[in-house]
Design a protein around this ligand. Structure first.
Ligand SMILES: [Zn+2]
Length: 211
């Protein structure tokens, strides 16, 4: 999430909003269970259990609005439970790694609150810069764990959709006060088209895992 400018434009491969994998027999979107996204969370910023609980709950709600169910695996931090063998699994399209970092972004993108390492088709690694989120939360006059949940959802969006930003919604490259108002009401989401692409990507990953 950059608070100043957008990045690269991409061309998306044609995808379908239909269901895949374990739901291959499921023919209509309305009857399809939400595809699952596993996120391994590594907290290097020493957030409290309460903060982690709130930010993951927020990100889950935002993504659930787009038809995506998130299973959180707490690999490091206040909610980490050992042994977490799930943390050893290789990241893939429906299994992401999320890091909460205690430092800001590099100088080249000093206004960013988060970063996702993605190609045009998406990626598996996302980071959130906790101090930058806390500072922006003060400016927006919203709770930092709420804003952090939205930054997580935005970076997860990049992992599922690629680096492109949109003019409206969760994937806007710059969030302003109007967006902050929608964040405070849990009303900022992926567009319908973005949600369909993200669900299709997860469905394809589930299908690949069953082969
Ligand atoms: Zn972004």
């Amino acid at each position: 999430m950059s608070t100043r400018k957008s990045v690269v434009a991409i061309v998306w491969m044609t995808v379908s909003g239909a269901c895949y994998g374990a739901q291959e027999q499921c023919l209509t979107a309305a009857s399809c269970p939400a595809p699952a996204l596993v996120i391994g969370l590594y907290d290097y910023a020493n957030l409290s259990a309460k903060e982690i609980g709130r930010l993951t709950e927020t990100a889950s709600l935002v993504l659930a609005n787009s038809g995506i169910h998130v299973d959180w695996v707490h690999c490091r931090g206040a909610l980490a439970v050992a042994p977490a063998t799930a943390c050893e699994a290789e990241p893939q399209a429906n299994r992401l790694v999320l890091r909460l970092l205690p430092t800001g972004p590099s100088k080249s993108s000093e206004d960013a609150m988060g970063y996702a390492n993605v190609t045009a088709e998406g990626g598996n690694y996302a980071s959130v810069f906790v101090p930058a989120v806390r500072a922006q939360a003060v400016g927006f006059e919203v709770k930092s764990d709420l804003l952090m949940g939205y930054v997580v959802a935005h970076e997860v969006g990049h992992c599922l959709l690629g680096p492109r930003h949109s003019e409206t919604g969760l994937m806007r490259g710059v969030w302003n006060r109007k967006d902050a108002g929608e964040i405070s009401r849990l009303a900022l989401h992926l567009t319908k088209q973005q949600a369909q692409k993200a669900v299709a990507r997860l469905g394809q990953a589930e299908l690949a895992a069953t082969r």
